[in-house]
Write a protein that binds this ligand. Structure first.
Ligand code: PEP
Ligand code: MN
Length: 338
């Protein structure tokens, strides 16, 4: 970390800050220039709030050199993390397709979708039992009954399942019925929830918040990993921009950026990113080509009748077609769609 003093900082100010930093356990190197004095701070600044230094009126600029996250960083662990979801390995050379309806609706719906997506090549089933809807009057999910239906199809089709959690109080229920827990975009910065998820071992699918930077997203992952749960998969699901032709804007750049700075796997959700079934295939192909470790795609046998997100859900035959295309793209870049 580098600290630049204001031009009018005097010797007393400079020595005062040095004492403060030494008390915090840092090594301090001073450089006196013609106009400015600069401190180079050596030590682990992960736990230090660099902005707090602006409380000293003689500090002009503070520049962090070290990232604020640690355990999710590729510097900390250079090899790719591979997350095992009940035998399905996400990360490394694998490309994994996760599919399913936005919400669990009925036993018949889940049974049909599980069978169709499995035949098409999906390795994990995703469906929401607890739905974070913008309107309190919209369908909120079948809740506990939904988790029960999920665990039924999981057993019948030997398909690992993932579902979204809204409250830490529900963790015991989820541990009994799913193989992976999704943290939705709206809860990416629910730190109380993230801390509790850090105490379990079940894999976590951490979606990027609607308007969050990659650094903020990785800080959320750091909450889970630093708590002791290293099984985190990131999910890019589009961010808010000025563009209104699509529901959100899929940040394809997030894929190579995450690959460079973190060892965690990253998958892409083109359904919520675009908000329209018509764009899902193109975005899926782009995501695989850019190096994503998998896709999360909404599929419904009758999208017109879906209780949520029907407009962005693929019919099963389109989903099957998309898996075939994505397999070719994965092969072209020497990866395996498992
Ligand atoms: C979902 O996956 O159904 C969902 C609500 O997504 P997001 O949290 O990305 O909006
Ligand atoms: Mn949805």
């Amino acid at each position: 970390m580098i600290i630049k003093f204001r031009e009018d900082a005097n010797r007393q100010d400079i020595d005062f800050l040095r004492e403060h930093l030494l008390t915090l356990g840092f090594e301090v190197h001073e450089t006196i220039g013609d106009t400015y004095t600069i401190f180079s701070i050596i030590g682990d600044t992960t736990r230090f709030d660099a902005n707090s230094l602006y409380a000293f009126k003689f500090v002009e600029t503070v520049v962090r050199i070290q990232e604020p996250y640690k355990k999710v960083s590729r510097k900390y662990k250079p090899t790719d993390t591979i997350v095992d979801v009940a035998g399905v390995k996400i990360g490394g050379n694998n490309v994994v397709i996760i599919g399913g309806p936005c919400a669990v609706e009925t036993r018949e719906q889940m049974d049909l979708i599980a069978s169709l997506i499995k035949t098409a090549g999906a390795r994990i089933l995703r469906a929401g039992a607890y739905k974070p809807r913008t309107s309190p009057y919209s369908f909120q999910g079948l809740e506990q009954k939904g988790l029960l239906l999920l665990s039924e199809v999981r057993k019948k089709y030997h398909l690992p399942v993932v579902s979204e959690i809204l409250s830490a109080a529900d963790i015991p229920l989820f541990l009994d019925s799913v193989d992976m827990i999704q943290v939705g975009a709206r809860n990416m910065q629910n730190y109380a929830l993230l801390k509790e998820l850090g105490k379990i071992k079940l894999p976590i699918l951490l979606k990027r918040g609607l308007s969050n930077t990659i650094e903020e997203w990785l800080m959320s992952a750091e909450y889970i990993v630093s708590g002791g749960n290293e099984n985190v998969v990131l999910c890019e699901r589009g961010i808010r921009t000025f563009e209104s032709s699509t529901r959100s804007t899929l940040d394809i750049s997030a894929i190579p950026v995450i690959k460079k700075i973190s060892h965690l796997p990253i998958i892409v959700d083109p359904s919520h990113a675009s908000g329209s079934w018509e764009y899902v295939a193109s975005l899926s192909q782009a995501a695989i080509a850019a190096g994503a470790d998998g896709l999360l795609i909404e599929v419904h046998p009758e999208p017109e009748k879906a209780l949520s997100d029907g407009q962005q859900s693929l019919k099963p035959d389109r989903f099957a077609d998309l898996v075939i295309r994505c397999r070719s793209i994965a092969e072209a870049i020497d990866r395996t769609l498992i």
